[in-house]
Design a protein around this ligand. Structure first.
Ligand SMILES: C[S@@+](CC[C@H](N)C(=O)[O-])C[C@H]1O[C@@H](n2cnc3c(N)ncnc32)[C@H](O)[C@@H]1O
Length: 319
């Protein structure tokens, strides 16, 4: 294992559950690793070191700004063949699988990197006023400002409820529609104001920032995050060789539910009704779940990196 100081790329993004990922994925020299959410390459750097100078690492990210981190990791991993593929991992993994590219390890560390949250101009943060953007891939057309200015009240309420689990979804959607009739909502600060004004006073001072769930919902909608996960998991599974390991780190219950359902479904054998005397479905488990419960960060990790607090890691092996 590398000492902590080598775990980060620049001071930008600290890889979460790094020891656990490294231990459970147990990368061996000569294997092929796919890091489908490269970010600042924190996990890639560790997994590339485990390849011990022999093997391949494919890095995927839809955000073009991570390219310089990839160059740094590549320079530090002498002997490892490394490729960067820019795009939505659901699409890229699907293309790799249909071209019969095989992997021993696929890692999905979902959500945003610290670089995306901490650069105000990306518009992900409710803490600083900036254009309401939220695209992980800036070449995509749909921005959060577009959603807020053109989705109708029912659609807005539905995404706040579904993707943000926001209790005051209807009130906030109504507040947005009223406000935008007066003037366009184009900045994060304006959206925060509308959220605050639309919810009951006690909720403004409840747990966490009052706009947190609305920002999460918009981000998921703008980047089609749940669709990517729904399509990316089967593609990742298809790429794996027998004995290959799949790891998913999620940061909220919607993602974790999708990962859990996928792994459980593939790990299930016979699905015949219990009163059948013999199995007629012939279904065999395709995965073995390694983490019967999701792995959570230690108190020590959360103390040094509060962004790890909601992380949950699930790992399975292809049988
Ligand atoms: C939490 S960060 C990954 C951090 C990385 N593991 C590290 O240690 O530096 C998530 C990254 O995945 C990327 N990402 C999220 N959804 C994606 C998708 N559907 N396709 C490709 N990249 C995606 C984001 O742009 C971001 O850079």
């Amino acid at each position: 294992m590398l000492p902590n100081v080598l775990r980060t790329n620049a001071a930008d993004h600290v890889p979460v559950l790094a020891d656990e990922v490294q231990r459970l994925l147990a990368v061996r020299s000569g294997e092929t690793v796919v890091d489908a959410t490269f970010g600042a390459g924190g996990h890639s750097r560790l997994l590339a070191a485990d390849l011990e100078g022999r093997g391949k690492l494919v890095a995927i990210d839809r955000d073009p700004t991570v390219r310089s981190y990839f160059d740094q990791v590549k320079a530090s991993a002498q002997g490892v063949q490394m490729r960067f593929l820019r795009g939505d991992y659901a699409v890229v993994l699907g293309q790799l699988a249909s071209n019969d590219v095989k992997a021993d390890v696929v890692l999905l560390d979902l959500g945003l990197s610290s670089m995306q949250v901490d650069r105000p101009e990306r518009g992900f943060s409710y803490a600083t006023d900036a254009p309401l953007d939220m695209r992980m891939d800036p070449s995509e057309e749909l921005t959060a400002a577009e959603v807020v200015s053109s989705w109708d009240e029912r659609e807005l309420a539905s995404i706040f409820r579904k993707f943000g689990e926001e209790r005051y979804a209807r009130q906030i959607a109504r507040g947005i529609v009223r406000r935008r009739e007066e003037s366009p909502i184009e900045r994060t600060g304006q959206l925060v104001d509308v959220v605050r004004a639309s919810i009951p006073a006690p909720a403004r001072f409840g747990e966490g920032h009052p706009a947190k769930r609305v920002f999460q919902a918009l981000r998921i909608e703008v980047n089609h995050e749940l669709e990517s996960l729904e399509h990316g998991l089967p593609a990742a599974f298809e790429m794996l060789r027998p004995g290959g390991r799949l790891a998913v780190i999620s940061f909220h219950s919607l993602e974790d539910r999708i990962a859990k359902r996928f792994l459980r479904d593939r790990a299930r054998g016979c699905t015949c009704p219990p009163d059948f005397p013999v199995c007629v479905c012939g279904r065999e488990p395709e995965l073995r779940i390694v983490t019967s419960r999701p792995v959570r960060p230690s108190a020590h990790e959360v103390e040094s990196n509060p962004r790890a607090a909601s992380a949950r890691l699930r790992v399975a092996v292809k049988v």
